[in-house]
Write a protein of this length. Structure first.
Ligand code: PEP
Ligand code: MN
Length: 268
C-alpha cells in the first residue's frame, strides 16, 4: 500500500450492466435491510427507482447479532430480489455470508456484499475473489483503514479487480449513535487507494434523522455512492426499521444529494 498524502489516485471504474461506480456519477443503492416478502420489495423497488436509485439492496442472508433474530429468507429471498430487480430495471446488491453460497448468490445478484462482520473472513474474501462480479466490501466494525485495504487486497489478489469499499461506521466509545461514521476515511481512501468508495449512513448512524445529513456530508467528502436503507413501512420492518427512510424521505434526500454532487463538480 503506497501512501501519497494529498494526491488523489485515479479511481477504478467498477461496472455492472449500465451502472458505473467510480466513474464520476453518484451511484445510489437503496432498499430494505432484508428481503421480507415480494410485495414489500416491489413497493420499495418502485419507490427507490422513481427517486433515482440504480441499485436495489436487500439481504437474503442476514448476519444478525442474535441467533433468535430474523435470519433472512435465504434462496427464495435471492430469487425474489432478482425478479423484482429485473422487473424494475435495477441492479442488485446482496450479502453473502458463507463460502458455500458464493456461487448461488453470484448467479442471482449483480454485486456481492461482504458485511462488516466478515471483513476479515479470509476464506470468504478469497472465494469472492474468484468470481466475475463486483464485490462491495464493508469496513469491519473495528477495522483500521489499513486492515480494510488489506482485506480488499485478498479479493484483488484472488483475481477480482472489481472491489468497492463501503464505509459503514466503526465502534467507538460513543453510544449515542449505533456506530461512528468515519467520513475522514472516505477522503483518505481517495488518497490511498484507487477503489471506488460508497458510504452507508444507515448502519453508520442507526438513526433515521441522521441519514440525510450524513449522506450530504458523504457526497461532499467525495464518496462515489451511497447505500441507504429504505422501507415502505419502517415500523413493520423485520430489521433496522429505526434507521430506514420512508420512500418520501428518500426521494427528498435524493434531490439534496444531487445538488451537492452538482456543487462538487463546480469545484473541480
Ligand atoms: C447490511 O447492510 O444490512 C448490514 C448487515 O450491514 P453491516 O455489515 O455494515 O452491518
Ligand atoms: Mn441493515
Amino acid at each position: 500500500m503506497s501512501e501519497q498524502a494529498g494526491s488523489l489516485k485515479p479511481c477504478r471504474v467498477v461496472r455492472t450492466g449500465p451502472v458505473s461506480i467510480g466513474g464520476g456519477d453518484l451511484v445510489v443503492m437503496a432498499g430494505p435491510c432484508a428481503v421480507e416478502d415480494e410485495m414489500t420489495l416491489w413497493e420499495a423497488a418502485h419507490a427507490v427507482r422513481a427517486a433515482g436509485a440504480v441499485v436495489l439492496r436487500g439481504g437474503a442472508y442476514k448476519p444478525r447479532t442474535s441467533p433468535k433474530a430474523f435470519q433472512g429468507l435465504g434462496e427464495p429471498g435471492l430469487a425474489m430480489l432478482k425478479r423484482v430487480a429485473v422487473g424494475t430495471g435495477l441492479a442488485t446488491v446482496t450479502e453473502v455470508l458463507d463460502t458455500r453460497d458464493v456461487e448461488r448468490v453470484a448467479e442471482h445478484a449483480d454485486i456481492l456484499q461482504i458485511g462488516s462482520r466478515n471483513m476479515q473472513n479470509t476464506a470468504l474474501l478469497k472465494e469472492v475473489g474468484r468470481i466475475k462480479k463486483p464485490v462491495l466490501l464493508k469496513r469491519g466494525m473495528s477495522a483500521t483503514v489499513e486492515e480494510w485495504l488489506l482485506a480488499a487486497e485478498y479479493i484483488l489478489e484472488a483475481g477480482n479487480p472489481d472491489v468497492i469499499l463501503c464505509e459503514r461506521g466503526i465502534r467507538t466509545f460513543e453510544t449515542a449513535t449505533r456506530n461512528t461514521l468515519d467520513l475522514s476515511a472516505v477522503s483518505l481512501l481517495k488518497e490511498l487507494s484507487g477503489l471506488p468508495v460508497v458510504v452507508d449512513p444507515s448502519h453508520g448512524t442507526g438513526r433515521r434523522s441522521l441519514v440525510a445529513p450524513m449522506s450530504r456530508a458523504a457526497v461532499a467528502a467525495g464518496a462515489d455512492g451511497l447505500i441507504i436503507e429504505v422501507h415502505p413501512y419502517p415500523k413493520a420492518a423485520a430489521c433496522d426499521g429505526p434507521q430506514s427512510l420512508t420512500p418520501e424521505e428518500f426521494s427528498r434526500l435524493m434531490l439534496q444529494v444531487r445538488k451537492i454532487k452538482e456543487a462538487m463538480l463546480l469545484l473541480k
